[in-house]
Design a protein around this ligand. Sequence first.
Ligand code: XMP
Length: 511
Amino acid sequence: LVIVIDFGGQYNQLVARRVRECNVYCEIYSYKTDIEKIKAMNPKGIILTGGPNSCYEADSPTYKKELFELGIPVLGLCYGAQLMTHVLGGKVESAPVREYGKTEVLIDKKDSKIFEGVSEKTICWMSHFDYISQIAPGFEITAHTADCPVAAAENTEAGLYAIQYHPEVLHTAEGTKMLSNFVLGVCGCAGDWKMDAFVENTIQEIREKVGDGRVLLALSGGVDSSVAAGLLSRAIGKQLTCVFVDHGLLRKDEGDEVEGVFGPNGQFDLNFIRVNAQQRYYDKLAGVTEPEAKRKIIGEEFIRIFEEEAKKIGAVDFLAQGTIYPDVVESGLGGESGVIKSHHNVGGLPEHVDFKDIIEPLRDLFKDEVRKAGLELGIPERLVFRQPFPGPGLGIRIIGEVTEEKVKIVQDADAIYREEIANAGLDKNINQYFAALTNMRSVGVMGDERTYDYAVALRAVTTVDFMTAEAAEIPYDVLNKVMSRIINEVKGVNRVFYDLTSKPPGTIEFE
Ligand code: XMP
């Protein structure tokens, strides 16, 4: 175990991901975690992340000197490096030159363990306004840049390493190598944390926890709940019941696909209940145009239906959830980085379901790890590598009132769009893409006839974190083909737009 102490920087989850990529298990904890607790976890290494503060200011997050005297190797990154320096008697000040972006770092100590196998001049990602003007006693400088005398420093005897740049960011070309040098080389981790072992261990843990109890899971068909279902099914078979609510706002044929994988003719042993609630949703949504009102109705209706099904089943022992590590961290339980995305969670926990405890088998995994676990479990690739799909589904991709007719139009247009993007081999490079139905109707001409039909908008974005995004550059001939197929094959559409807006100012979805 390696512990990542979170000081509130924006790349903190990346640090943990990179460490896991070295097949070393790690967890993120807030800087408020006390030293006794850290000691009790017996980590092989500690990584202190970046953060927005200045370590020399009185109320900035800090640790006592003791943290650096546990005999556990510590790597400080950016704020973490400055804090280590400050606490141990070096000097940190506001830098005369603020460094931001890709910067050439020159390695001074070629035999430093951190730089084993790293080029002497290497491009690193800098983002800092304070700098280490004087290293702490016992340290030596191991790298510098044109503007920063201490890009890295170390005290090998004490097992302390300070790095001013961000090795966790992919712009740091050899960053993963440096982190791997720390966790494997310095900390002596074995690097044997693998997904097949995770799957096996988790299956065992689930069996122990559940015993002969019963588990209920709401299956949406998304990656997380699907992988959770796969794991639970392998662990406890028919003691698991999955409720899949088809709210009629799924993509074309999606309900049947989910049933194909998890239903009675699928590959998993479990009780599968499909609730066809299409009409119920269309009725509830009739006349509703305001986006947040639609979200609320869709979320609440889901909870109601789930509760009704749960009631039919009777008391269960466990309610399973597909919570993954970023959800845990983002909801403020793991690390320090702010609560950003709660508005995206639809519904919440059902209040009227009779269960004793919650079970969350993916709680420790990042998304890419969840996908690996899914493949390990034999869930089909098309499900495992699914692009994100919002809980309220097509309900927020139909601007204005949702009707059955509009759902059909957007489903058909979207299916064509996805098919052509895949045909052009672009599906792996675009992070999210879909068709939406604008609420606009306009005049067109088809054959010799006047038409007065809807306009479909095509959206495609590239993004790393879905917080900011750029419109993807799709070749014109692909767009053209999609346009002409939609107009010809989807009744009720006579115009197709491509959305060029980035986020911000736009959002990825239209509502
Ligand atoms: P926006 O539109 O906010 O989307 O730029 C960012 C990401 O979040 C997804 N999204 C949602 N997911 N419920 C969800 O489960 C929602 O209400 C919701 N709204 C947006 C969106 O698909 C994108 O991946």
